[in-house]
Design a protein around this ligand. Structure first.
Ligand code: HSE
Length: 309
């Protein structure tokens, strides 16, 4: 096998209560990438379509992630990368993570899987460091593992794959503005009140318990963020209205996707997710805000092979 074409999924990081530790993978939105073995050593990005992003290996998150992997293995050949960038950068659904995770996953496959998934998370995190200034793992982990993931610890890195209830659907609306993750991180406070921390870790435990027991109401009750959402939501047009109307339309919970500006809701069943999408659209149509919208089941598999050569 010399070449792989893959689908690298978009992801929702934080999932309301789990800032920097929880994430989930989507199924209907993601990037496509071709990774090819070539005789020349190193990593070359030969083509990017869809977005205006740097081709220079050291300036591109996929290039940096690939170099991080190659620094830990001795080989006498290299790789070429082509990226069909379908996830808009700055949208809050793991655009940089899809590129970083996709490339290291595909290189690992082409090399005969010398690295574990946790190693791949570590390499892909270097792409996140380039994109956001901080090597957070809550987008790359679900992209690589699929489903819901928990970063139990960063040092040492400990990624836990969580079960995904079958009827869980995500609706994501992306108002057409760009919020840089680095900016959305700068506005957060570095200290939090103990009373907020208590509510927050109660929700993290509740959400995880709800995923294991397929208790959709518990999942919904746990999708509350007392720490980050009150600060970041001011960057997002009509956030409160979208959230309130989504809950009224039957969403289990609703919050900021990653660092925003996308807003996500989780629902039980596709019909409910579609009702939520219509409601979200209605809110933005009324005030004249352009958007993209996605409805997706949770992607349990993560990165997928589209073609092998
Ligand atoms: N946990 C990160 C943040 C995710 O919220 O800044 C960025 O997508």
């Amino acid at each position: 096998m010399n070449e792989l074409k893959i689908f690298a999924p978009a992801t929702i990081a934080n999932v309301s209560c789990g800032y920097d530790v929880l994430g989930l993978a989507l199924d209907t939105v993601g990037d496509e990438m071709i990774i090819r073995k070539v005789s020349q050593k190193g990593v070359k990005i030969t083509k990017i379509i869809g977005q205006d992003l740097p081709l220079e290996t050291h300036k591109n998150v996929a290039g940096i992630a690939a170099l991080a992997l190659l620094s830990e293995i001795e080989i006498n050949f290299g790789f070429e990368i082509e990226i069909d960038k379908r996830i808009k950068p700055g949208s809050g659904i793991g655009s940089s993570a899809a590129s970083s995770a996709g490339v290291v996953w595909a290189i690992n496959e082409l090399l005969g899987k010398p690295f574990s998934k946790t190693d791949l998370v570590r390499f892909a995190m270097e792409g996140e460091r380039l994109a956001t200034g901080v090597a957070h793992a809550d987008n790359v982990a679900p992209a690589l593992f699929g489903g819901f993931t928990l970063v139990r610890s960063y040092q040492p890195l400990d990624i836990i794959s969580l079960p995904t209830p079958n009827e869980l659907y995500a609706t994501v609306i992306h108002p057409q503005i760009e919020v840089k993750t680095s900016d959305a991180r700068k506005i957060l406070k570095s200290n939090i009140a103990l009373k907020d921390a208590i509510k927050q870790w109660g929700n993290v435990g509740g959400l995880i318990s709800g995923l294991y027991t397929e208790d959709y109401d518990l999942i919904g009750r746990s999708l509350e963020d007392y720490i980050v959402e009150p600060i970041r939501s001011i960057l997002i047009p009509a956030f409160d209205a979208v959230k309130q109307e989504s809950l009224k339309a039957g969403a289990l919970g609703c919050g900021i996707s990653g660092s925003g500006p996308s807003i996500f809701a989780l629902s039980k069943g596709e019909i409910s997710a579609k009702n939520v999408a219509n409601t979200m659209k209605f809110v933005y149509d009324k005030i004249g805000i352009d958007y993209d919208i996605h409805i997706s089941q949770i992607n349990k598999e993560g990165i997928k092979i589209l073609e092998k050569k």
